[in-house]
Design a binder for this molecule. Structure first.
Ligand code: ZN
Length: 314
C-alpha cells in the first residue's frame, strides 16, 4: 500500500481574496482574488486530486469510496475533514455555522461545521472575530435587529502560531491581512450574519439572519476556551494543539530527521514552513498530503520544516 498520497488543491476565488497563495506558497493559480486553497478536500464544491503515484488523477472522494483500506477502513459515507489555507486580503463576512443536528434537519442531511484556525501570518496587533457579547437570546436578537455590530461582536488578539477553535454556533470572521490554516469538518454550510454593507456586482450578498439567530450559542464560550496560545513548541515532536469530537490537530517542527508512529487510520498533513522530505519525496511549504494507514504506522520526515497534521479522534 502507498504510504502517502500527494494532493493537488482546489482554489476558490472570492471578493476578499488576494495573491498571497501564489506569491508566498508558490501555487500555480492565476488571478488576484484567490481566497482559499482547499488542500485536502473531498467536498463536492471543490475536490483535491491525487498527484503522482499509483492513484494519480483520482479524486479524494473516489479514493474514500473505492479504497477505504487507505484510510484504515474508517467508517462514514464521506471523507470527514477539509483542510484549507485561507488568505484574507480583506475582511470575511461575519458568520456562524450550524452543528450536525441542525444541518442534518435544515440543510439536506449535510454535516454541521466545527473548525479551527492555525494563524500562519497576521498584522501586528492582529485580531479575529470569535464570539459575541450578548448575554441572552433576547439581547442577541435585539443587537442583530438594530445592527449594533460593534457592540455585538467580540474581537480577540492573535499572533502567528495561535490556534482558535470555532465550535458550531460561534460568531466568527477572519479579518483582513490574516492567513490561516483551517482544519474543519467537511461541510460548506455558512450562515452570513453581517457583510459590512459590501456589494458584490452591485448587490449585497445574501444574509441568513433567521438561521443565525437560531444557531448562535448564547452566551458565547469564554475567550480562553477558544484561543489556544502556543509557546515555543519542541522540535521533532508531535505537539497536540486541539482535540475535539471531530478532529485532532498537531504541529510538528522537523529539524534534521524525525519519525513518529500514529494509531490513526490516516493523517492529513500540510507543510506550512520550510522544506524537506516525507520518506524519500521532496515537499515544501504549501505541500498537502494524505498519509495512509500504512504510512501512519511510521511517518518519516526530514529537513527543516513545519507541518500541521490532523486526524480523526480515536
Ligand atoms: Zn467558518
Amino acid at each position: 500500500m502507498e504510504k502517502f498520497i500527494m494532493l493537488k488543491p482546489y482554489f476558490s476565488h472570492t471578493i476578499w481574496g488576494g495573491t498571497r497563495l501564489r506569491d508566498e506558497f508558490g501555487y500555480d493559480e492565476p488571478g488576484d482574488d484567490i481566497g482559499e486553497c482547499w488542500g485536502i478536500s473531498a467536498h463536492p464544491s471543490g475536490e483535491s486530486v491525487a498527484c503522482g503515484g499509483e492513484y494519480n488523477g483520482k479524486k479524494l472522494s473516489e479514493l474514500w469510496d473505492e479504497h477505504r483500506e487507505l484510510f484504515g477502513n474508517a467508517s462514514g459515507d464521506r471523507f470527514p475533514l477539509l483542510i484549507k489555507i485561507i488568505d484574507a486580503r480583506d475582511d470575511l463576512s461575519i458568520q456562524v455555522h450550524p452543528d450536525d443536528k441542525y444541518a442534518g434537519v435544515h440543510e439536506n442531511g449535510s454535516l454541521g461545521k466545527t473548525e479551527c484556525w492555525y494563524v500562519l501570518d497576521c498584522p501586528e496587533n492582529g485580531e479575529l472575530v470569535a464570539g459575541h457579547n450578548a448575554e441572552s437570546k433576547e439581547e442577541l436578537i435585539r443587537m442583530i435587529d438594530n445592527g449594533e455590530w460593534d457592540r455585538l461582536i467580540r474581537r480577540v488578539k492573535i499572533k502567528p502560531g495561535d490556534m482558535i477553535q470555532i465550535e458550531p454556533g460561534t460568531v466568527h470572521a477572519i479579518t483582513g491581512g490574516v492567513c490561516v490554516l483551517e482544519t474543519q469538518q467537511s461541510s460548506d454550510i455558512t450562515y452570513r450574519l453581517y457583510d459590512y454593507g459590501r456589494l458584490q456586482n452591485g448587490k449585497p450578498r445574501q444574509l441568513h439572519l433567521d438561521q443565525s439567530k437560531d444557531v448562535i450559542t448564547v452566551p458565547a464560550l469564554p475567550e480562553d476556551k477558544q484561543v489556544i496560545k502556543t509557546g515555543n513548541m519542541a522540535d521533532n515532536s508531535v505537539n497536540e494543539l486541539i482535540s475535539c469530537n471531530h478532529y485532532k490537530v498537531a504541529e510538528i517542527s522537523v529539524k534534521g530527521e524525525f519519525s513518529f508512529s500514529s494509531e490513526a487510520g490516516f493523517l492529513c498533513a500540510t507543510v506550512i514552513k520550510g522544506s524537506g522530505k516525507i520518506y524519500d519525496t521532496d515537499v515544501k511549504k504549501g505541500s498537502h498530503m494524505l498519509i495512509t494507514a500504512e504510512g501512519a504506522k511510521r511517518v518519516e520526515l526530514s529537513g527543516d520544516m513545519e507541518l500541521i497534521i490532523s486526524c480523526m479522534p480515536a
